[in-house]
Design a protein around this ligand. Structure first.
Ligand code: PHE
Ligand code: ZN
Ligand code: ZN
Length: 478
């Protein structure tokens, strides 16, 4: 974002970049692929945090010995891996607390990419999901970076915050005491607070501040892995808040706390409807058994992906979002072969029923075909890259009907919903059906830079069926 080109570095505790990272001494980006990070290692870090809590009255809370012991554990690992670590001490009404800040030597000190997590628990329990999971995952990502041998384009900084549970005190203290010039050097702050909830959801922080490509990069990552996601407006509920209010782009993920999982959420994510995402949130039972290892593993890999990608992100030019490679399909599960994964809408249309053939594979979206009054749809959210003037939605359609004549009784609308406004790009009907699969495409150029929902919506009248069968969808740029 800000392109301050000062060469003098201010040597202020926890904000200063190590001297070897001179402004302008950028090495070429290595663009190394994101690794598969080890959830086994993360589980070992969590076990240490659990042991620390057990040995210190059952918690790792601010002002209690379990907090400082947690910080000492994380710091020792980072020091051994080659990080430059700094401990920032501050006082709270619950006692002394500490932030731990770790800089990876090197990278362009004018462009700092930060990743953080709060390290404290509440006093009621050991805080293994909240926020052992975020703390241990960020630690493991930092350690994996150190052993990768990569040279980052940007300067990487990691932080473990104290006293988040008292009201974001550590991260606020850090930002309040960071010189303006150093604040302005931070291009991105990513926050991970609860990433392994036992009945998990995948909530991506909805920070769409200008210049923030990270949110869309994260959602595109989940989509590419077939993991449905939802936005959450986390506002001031975690440590990204003071970065965000300063104007620094932020992103993050949250796997859910005390809120109840709905049946719609259970059908896309699995787990238990009617139950909290984390029934042990802020309780003594937030222990090693309060973790969903699959969610933890997926989110750990996501965190690694984000660190690796933004380590090499070119902030020297003013193209905010990471543009996916031209020609790649931005839709997940585009041929419906994974069933309803990633798609939302009415239940039923996505099927492998052989009453109508798929174009490829065996699954497709069979809309209509009821011969009675009905409305059915399948939809998917997609972020159209900024500057994608050739973005288009394509799909193959096969249709047949029991209607006759030239009146449109049954219709299929191809729609795009953007900021609450629905636009119909094309309408098919019972007039002119064809049982030969034909490919159609509609431009999405008007939606460049926006996150929209594409929807196929079928409406049938009270009698005589019309079947609209969609297969092999794509949103592409060129
Ligand atoms: N910050 C909350 C806690 O530690 C957890 C949370 C994170 C809630 C993100 C909402 C969104 O208790
Ligand atoms: Zn908490
Ligand atoms: Zn938390």
């Amino acid at each position: 974002m800000r392109n301050l080109r000062t060469t003098a570095l201010s040597a202020i505790a926890a904000g200063a970049v190590v001297a070897s990272a001179l402004a302008g001494s950028t090495s070429p980006a290595t663009a190394a692929p994101a690794p598969d990070l080890s959830v086994t290692n993360v589980t070992a870090h969590l076990q240490k945090l659990q042991d620390i809590a057990t040995a210190n009255g059952g918690n790792r809370a601010t002002g209690r010995p379990g907090y400082k012991a947690s910080l000492d554990y994380v710091k020792a690992k980072l020091d051994a891996a080659g990080y430059t670590t700094q401990v920032q001490t501050f006082s709270t009404s619950s006692g002394t607390s500490y932030n731990l800040v770790a800089d990876w030597p090197g990278g362009d000190s004018e462009h700092v990419v930060m990743t953080g997590a709060h390290l404290d628990s509440v006093s009621a329990g050991p805080g293994i999901n909240d926020n052992g999971t975020g703390s241990a995952s960020v630690l493991e990502a930092a350690l994996a970076w150190a052993s990768s041998g990569n040279t980052p384009r940007n300067h990487l900084r990691f932080a473990w915050w104290g006293a988040e549970e008292q009201g974001l005190l550590g991260s606020n203290y850090y930002m309040r005491n960071l010189p303006t010039a150093d604040k302005d050097r931070i291009d991105l702050y990513m926050n991970y607070d609860m990433v392994g909830s036992p009945n998990p959801g995948y909530f991506v922080y909805d920070d769409n501040a200008a210049g923030n490509g990270a949110r869309d990069t994260m959602t595109a990552y989940y989509t590419s892995k077939g993991i449905p996601w939802e936005y959450i407006d986390v506002q001031g509920r975690s440590d990204h808040a003071s970065f965000r209010s300063y104007g620094i782009p932020t992103t993050g993920m949250y796997s859910g706390g005390e809120d109840i999982k709905t049946s719609a959420q259970a059908s896309k994510w699995g787990g238990t409807a009617g139950k909290a995402f984390d029934a042990c949130y802020h309780r003594s039972c937030d222990t090693m058994s309060n973790i969903n290892t699959t969610a933890l593993d997926r989110n750990l890999d996501m965190i690694g992906y984000m660190v690796w990608l933004f380590a090499d992100k070119d902030y020297g030019t003013s193209v905010p979002p990471t543009t996916p490679p031209a020609g790649s399909n931005l839709l997940g599960n585009p041929g419906f072969e994974s069933g309803a994964t990633v798609w939302t809408g009415t239940s039923g249309p996505i099927t492998s029923n052989t009453g109508r053939p798929a174009r490829t594979g065996s699954w497709k979206a069979w809309l209509g075909g009821n011969g009675s009054s009905s409305t059915e749809n399948v939809s998917q959210q997609v972020s159209v890259p900024a500057g994608a003037t050739a973005a288009k939605l394509s799909y193959w359609l096969r249709s047949d009907t029991a209607e006759t004549g030239s009146t449109a009784y049954d219709t299929l609308k191809v729609q795009v919903i953007s900021a609450g406004t629905t636009t119909t790009l094309r309408t098919f009907s019972n007039v002119g059906t064809s049982t030969t699969y034909t490919q159609y495409s509609q431009s999405l150029a008007a939606y460049a830079g926006k996150t929209v929902t594409v929807r196929f919506l079928a409406t049938e009248d009270s009698s005589l069926q019309t079947s609209f069968v969609i297969d092999d969808t794509a949103v592409t740029t060129s």
